[in-house]
Design a protein around this ligand. Structure first.
Ligand code: ADP
Ligand code: MG
Length: 459
């Protein structure tokens, strides 16, 4: 194994258990410089990353390296200027038993998406129609997307795709963008996650650059806004988007939207935007059935150039039912294991490898994460929500946070009381019961809490 292969194997394992943002922050510009005499020397971009890797990931990195090469007993970090290589391969190919395998083949799978995203369009070329598998669960959405890619602005406008997490919305949206770039190279295409759009609106209001922001938006020919459910409750952003939408629409520019639910079910969305969203084509993506899940698995292993026995594929398809991202995650985990141990997997090993994935699907959450999600959602500061302020716009979010601490984490009432500025446990009980009652009759609040939960578990 070359040192590059070795480091790629380490990164691949870390990536599986790290959020994409964290991964990009801490591992983007790392590389292995040497490994000899039991010591691996890792280059990091700056002192901050050095400290973080040493303290936070040091043990894990050593463990992974040791598992691959029992000679390695120590890892040292130095600040250097290396860049992670960018691998320009469109098809993944991992061939373990091939004596002539080259570096690109081995690491093709381990590409890091951040490096490939087109700076102009924000599109990731990895998402194409060619590698999008169509089944009855996504047929309609796919057909509409395909039609739009052929005649942007003139078939369905807007196109609104909705469906649950990990079922291919982003893939499909980006596939449209990538197909349009190919056929209409002069079109100005922009893919924007809604949260990014919101941040841009807020910061350009703050910096008094909103006019030039508007200008830029209106020059777009194909606007792809992903996860518009995050517009809920963001009035300023909704207003800005409404005007952009109208200008683009009137000029036959294509607008493509995705959401985790239909427009009707997005609470705290202005009626005028909702009716715009409903004015074009709405396509849903539901869950793939067993046969389709098998087809997805077979296609993916073919793309990656690996092979697993049919009982292994059956095990994955039978156990991961409603999230294609999780299916890919399981597959990657097996591939990495196979690659690092150079062994063939049997079903018992697969069961034990996938255990954590199958039976603890949720990321670990904690009170801090819940409180953060609540303040982000209501756009408050932590000190507001932890204070004793009785302002209505603070009291309700505080109650919601208390409710979620109880409901999601089963925190004790005295703990919750203490957390919120040393209040009595009866305050926490009151907050919990109040919100619990309220959501039964207040649809908006119920929707808000659903969105907050999504941030807690999704982010
Ligand atoms: P969503 O945006 O709905 O949460 P993504 O588009 O991010 O889901 O899809 C999650 C993962 O599953 C991605 O890696 C994507 O490429 C893959 N995927 C989803 N649907 C399909 C499909 N129909 N064919 C192939 N891969 C898919
Ligand atoms: Mg998505």
């Amino acid at each position: 194994m070359t040192k590059e292969e070795l480091w790629q194997a380490v990164l691949a394992q870390i990536q599986l258990n790290t959020s994409q943002a964290n991964f990009a922050t801490w591992f983007k510009k790392t590389s292995i410089i040497s490994y000899q005499n039991g010591e691996a020397l890792v280059s990091v971009p700056n002192a901050f990353a050095k400290e973080w890797l040493e303290n936070k990931y040091g043990k894990t990195i050593l463990k992974i390296l040791y598992n691959i090469d029992k000679e390695i007993k120590e890892v040292k970090y130095i600040i250097g200027k290396t860049e992670l290589k960018v691998f320009k391969k469109s098809t993944f190919n991992l061939s373990f038993n091939n004596q002539n395998k080259n570096e690109e083949q081995i690491v093709g799978q381990l590409e890091f998406e951040e490096f490939k995203v087109n700076k102009e369009t924000n599109l990731n070329p990895r998402y194409t129609f060619e590698n999008f598998i169509v089944g009855s669960f996504n047929e309609l959405a796919h057909a509409a997307a395909w039609a739009i890619s052929k005649k942007p602005g003139f078939v369905y406008n807007p196109l609104f795709i909705y469906g649950g997490v990990g079922l291919g919305k982003t893939h499909l949206l980006q596939a449209i963008g990538n197909a349009i770039i190919k056929d209409f190279p002069n079109k100005n295409i922009k893919y924007i996650p809604t949260e990014k759009f919101t941040t841009n609106v807020i910061s350009s209001i703050k910096n008094q650059t909103i006019d030039s922001f508007k200008e830029k938006c209106r020059e777009i020919d194909v606007l792809i806004l992903d996860d518009v459910q995050f517009l809920a409750g963001k009035e300023k952003t909704q207003e800005e988007f409404f005007h952009t939408f109208n200008t683009l629409y009137e000029n036959n520019k294509q607008i493509i939207l995705s959401s985790d639910r239909p427009p009707k079910a997005i609470t705290s969305l202005s009626d005028r935007l909702r009716s715009r969203f409903e004015g074009g084509m709405i396509g849903d993506i539901s869950f793939p059935d067993y046969e389709t899940r098998m087809a997805i698995l077979k296609t993916k292993i073919q793309e990656k150039g690996v092979n697993f026995s049919s009982d292994i594929l059956d095990y994955i398809a039978s156990n991961i039912k409603n999230n294609i991202r999780d299916i890919e995650g399981a597959l990657n985990k097996l591939i990495i294991h196979q690659k690092t141990t150079m062994s063939t997997l049997d079903i018992e090993k697969v069961k034990s490898l996938l255990k954590s994935l199958l039976f603890h699907p949720n990321k670990t959450i904690n009170p801090k994460k819940i409180i953060q999600a609540v303040i982000d959602f209501y756009e408050l500061k932590e000190k507001d929500i932890l204070s004793s302020s009785r302002k209505k716009e603070i009291v309700e979010p505080r109650h919601v946070a208390m409710f979620l601490l109880r409901k999601e984490l089963k925190c004790s009432y005295p703990f919750i009381g203490r957390k919120f500025g040393g209040k009595d446990h009866s305050t926490a009980i009151h907050a919990y019961e109040k919100i619990n009652k309220e959501i039964a009759i207040n649809e908006k609040l119920e929707g808000d809490i659903m969105l907050i939960k999504e941030r807690i578990y999704g982010g």
